[in-house]
Design a protein around this ligand. Structure first.
Ligand code: SAM
Length: 314
């Protein structure tokens, strides 16, 4: 069997298997293929009746002709195996990104499609950015937030398109504050909340530099905080550069100061080599690594993120 046949077989098997599981769970966006074969360093996700494909740098480079042929064959295989027309396959070439170039626009179609997860609707945009608007690896973390949210004051830091806020609102959060540096993402977050009929004055969105915001003396207290910073960020809109490994202790401390007694911070990072410096953490907290519980079963890459639950003692 050649590489292409192996890829087709693997994709067929995973599409059937994951598709069945996703239908039972009421999920219309999920990972089908997670760089399972070295010959095909790709991540393939279904988003409703679309396919989103992200490519990783391969060990051995192909020449221009080989690469074009390879891409053509991939499209053909996906069309045939996953029964999706070529016009609904979005192929992203994803070289390792530095800084916030990950968030720079790729195209400007403005086309959003609704997808379903956990009985909720999210708007995704498969073409215009490298990321789609919904990070699928945090599906279970979002469900945890919903389960914890009833009656809580919820703070979402580095909120992107506000998917954690939607879950918190759906779980009955008393109020929420959603902060991000990007107006584009904050507007998107508001559309996500509206798409679920959850908008109200209790849910507030603000464009701020979270690093600066956390430096100011706390005014309010929160019962539940999610902080999922980018690995590295040096946006022109920010005063300082963010490096999650270097800065995480200060960021966590600032969150703990804002937590009410008995409150919880969920801290996550997708920095592959990240190490939590536990001995530098402030006192009066309990720390639990919840990475294992928060990686969904459609992700074979168990290092997609690391996540901790940090409780402030009552
Ligand atoms: C990794 S994403 C967060 C993902 C989000 N928690 C989720 O699960 O959907 C990083 C986000 O941080 C935002 N960001 C980067 N630097 C920031 C800063 N200094 N202040 C506020 N937001 C920032 C980006 O605009 C982006 O939306």
């Amino acid at each position: 069997m050649n590489d292409q046949e192996q890829f087709a077989n693997r994709l067929r098997k995973m599409d059937r298997h994951t598709g069945k599981w996703a239908r039972r769970q009421g999920i219309s966006c999920y990972r089908v293929y997670d760089a399972d074969l070295p010959s095909h360093p790709l991540v393939i996700d279904r988003y409703a009746d679309w396919v989103h494909l992200a490519e990783y740098k391969r060990d051995v480079e192909l020449d221009e002709h080989e690469y074009r042929t390879w891409r053509f064959l991939i499209r053909e295989t996906i069309t045939e195996v996953m029964d999706v027309p070529a016009s609904r396959i979005v192929f992203k070439e994803r070289a390792p990104q530095k800084g916030d170039s990950q968030y720079i626009k790729q195209a400007a179609t403005g086309m959003e499609i609704p997808v379903q997860e956990g009985g909720l609707t999210f708007l995704v945009n498969l073409r215009d950015y490298l990321d789609t608007g919904l990070f699928l690896d945090h599906r279970q973390t979002r469900a945890m937030v919903r389960d914890m949210a009833l009656g809580k004051r919820f703070l979402n830091l580095f909120a992107y398109t506000g998917s954690f806020t939607v879950y918190a609102a759906a779980g009955g959060a008393r109020s929420s504050l959603t902060l991000d540096l990007s107006n584009t993402y904050l507007e998107w977050a508001q559309r996500n909340l509206e798409a679920n009929g959850l908008s109200s004055d209790a849910h507030v969105f603000q464009r701020v530099d979270v690093l600066e915001w956390l430096r100011v003396k706390p005014q309010d207290q929160w019962d539940l905080i999610v902080m999922d910073p980018p690995t590295f960020s040096n946006s022109k809109m920010m005063r300082a550069v963010l490096d999650v490994q270097r800065d995480h202790i200060g960021l966590i401390e600032a969150c703990v100061m804002r937590l009410a007694r008995g409150g919880t911070l969920i801290f996550s990072t997708n920095h592959r080599r990240f190490k939590l410096e536990e001995d530098r953490l402030p006192g009066g907290i309990q720390v639990k690594n919840i990475t294992g519980q928060t990686i969904p079963q459609d992700f074979r890459n168990k290092k997609i993120h690391q996540c901790w639950m940090i409780r402030k003692e009552g």
